[in-house]
Design a protein around this ligand. Structure first.
Ligand code: CA
Length: 523
């Protein structure tokens, strides 16, 4: 007896001493940092101009780290930071340097150090599929078929047509446009070079990972231009090496249009891919006011990838801003944010989304200067004259300063959601169960981890709803449970579980238009 007591005492001491290394609920095994993180995507040129030249820069981001931290953000994704002839930077001319318009390498290192002091990680865009035509490799390759760099790109003596471009002594392949020639990853020298670039940024500079641009287009083969077995094999090798050298480095791939099926297909090749299927489900259902879009997106995603191990977002730098898609409706924007922060996966906020910035294509207009306040140039730049592009005309109404102290603002809704997510690991890595709601305007789900159960219920519609009832299966023991609102309601009715299921449950009598409620279900 004594011996058993002693053993269990030792065991509890051991467990207690391990506890800090474990996440959230300490009975849950520790997960990689990115699974509990909230990310913030920044277009450097548009975030904050520290030196009055009308262009956002690294020092500007450093100056705004307190703001970024106040959002509850754990990590930042910087869109391309390398020298480039384009304003967006997705055609690189030197992978080992930073764009001088954004500052010096020392400025970048300061940003990295200041972010790390706040426990904020930084990943950068790795534009892996192609370079600029102005990159020295391509300049050399294009000079002559005898160039040592000729095989770093993809050439044809005859013109195969679409996606091929006229070069010197032949045609080169460029999926996106003539200014972006595709690198040839069938050439081991290119693969080795890209690995060296990755080692440089992770090992010498100290970034925390990469967002891998246009990953699905890496290797064309047998007439297929995306998601080929050859691309999978390449990333498998890259990822294995990367994880062996830098186990804490995070990679998230842009597989444009992907959902659960491709998330599963890529799971041994990168930590995450972005779930575009779930993004459009969330945005379309919020815009349309019915649950069919989000329900079907979850059905497909959960079937293939029930663990939620992918990255989520509403809209990114390639899409019309979510607030524009939602017609400028702030209630809808809050609802979409609730769906994002309660979804399985790692959420990414696109800068300015948290204050409801608007923008629709062309691309420059979905990447406009951040709207900090109502002063000239939206407070983005000190310069009185031109910024690289004028801010959106609504900046006097829509800006950070105006929303900071308003408890009902969209900005403070984002902060509250990040706080709830941080405090409840079930929302981060818990299982997801979609519920029947008996009303097509109502969406509801359970998120469960260990003994924590969170219920999310939203009214997608613009009318009050009383005729709804939630039902579904639950792993909870039979009995009566208290539903404590974490967000969006004053109180909620208790929940009865019988036969590992519940039915006819109405946490509140009336759901107001676009109301979203997050409930903590406890004994
Ligand atoms: Ca500047």
């Amino acid at each position: 007896m004594k011996r058993i007591l002693f053993t269990s005492l030792i065991l509890s001491i051991l467990l207690a001493s391990c506890a800090p290394a474990l996440s959230g609920n300490w009975l849950t095994p520790s997960v990689p940092w990115w699974r509990e993180a909230v990310f913030y995507e920044i277009f450097v040129r548009s975030f904050y101009d520290s030196d009055c030249d009308g262009i956002g820069d690294f020092n500007g981001i450093t100056q705004k780290l307190d703001y970024i931290e106040s959002l509850g953000v754990d990590a930042i994704w910087l869109m391309p930071i390398h020298p480039s002839p384009s304003y967006h930077g997705y055609d690189v001319i030197n992978y080992y340097a930073v764009n001088s318009e954004y500052g010096s390498m020392d400025d970048f290192k300061t940003l990295l150090a200041e972010a790390h002091k706040r426990d904020i990680k930084i990943i950068i865009d790795l534009v892996i599929n192609h370079t600029s035509t102005q990159h020295p490799w391509f300049q050399d390759a294009n000079r002559s078929p005898d160039s040592a760099y000729r095989d770093w790109y993809v050439w044809s003596q005859t013109n195969p047509g679409n996606l091929w471009h006229t070069g010197n002594n032949g045609y080169y392949y460029g999926y996106f446009w003539g200014g972006m020639p595709d690198l040839n990853y069938n050439n081991p020298a290119v693969s080795a070079q890209m690995y060296k670039i990755s080692q440089y940024w992770l090992g010498e500079i100290g970034v925390d990972g990469f967002r891998i641009d246009a990953a699905k287009h890496l290797i064309e083969a047998d007439g297929k231009i995306e998601n080929t077995p050859q691309t999978a094999e390449w990333f498998r090798g890259y990822y294995t090496s990367l994880k062996s050298d830098f186990p804490n480095a995070y990679t998230v791939g842009e597989i444009y249009g992907a959902g659960g099926l491709l998330a599963k297909q890529y799971e041994d090749q990168m930590d995450h891919i972005f779930n575009f299927e779930l993004a459009s489900g969330m945005v379309n259902s919020t815009a349309g006011g019915v649950n069919s879009g989000i329900n079907s997106a979850y059905t497909f995603t959960l079937k293939e990838k029930p663990d939620g191990d992918y990255a989520t977002f509403l809209t990114n730098h390639d899409q019309n801003r979510v607030m524009t898609v939602l017609g400028g409706n702030e209630q809808k924007a809050k609802l979409a944010a609730t769906l994002l922060f309660t979804a399985p996966g790692t959420p990414f906020i696109y800068y300015g989304e948290e204050i409801g910035m608007q923008g629709q294509k062309p691309d420059e207009d979905i990447r406009l200067p951040m709207q900090w306040d109502a002063t000239v140039n939206a407070g983005f730049a000190c310069r009185q004259e031109q910024t690289w592009r004028a801010p959106h005309e609504n900046y006097k109404q829509v800006n950070v300063a105006r929303q900071t102290d308003d408890p009902d603002s969209l900005l403070n809704h984002y902060r509250a959601l990040a706080g709830v997510r941080q405090a409840h690991p079930a929302l981060q890595t818990g299982e997801t169960t979609i519920l029947e709601t008996g009303n097509r305007a109502v969406f509801a789900m359970l998120r469960t981890l260990g003994d924590e159960t969170i219920l999310v219920i939203v009214n997608l519609g613009s009318a009050e709803v009383t005729d709804y009832e939630l039902s579904g299966k639950s792993a909870l023991w039979d009995g009566l449970y208290t539903a404590t609102p974490l967000l969006g309601a004053e109180q909620a009715a208790s929940l009865e579980i019988a036969g590992s299921a519940f039915s006819n449950y109405k946490p509140v009598e009336t759901l107001m238009p676009q109301q979203s409620i997050i409930l903590n279900i406890t004994r």
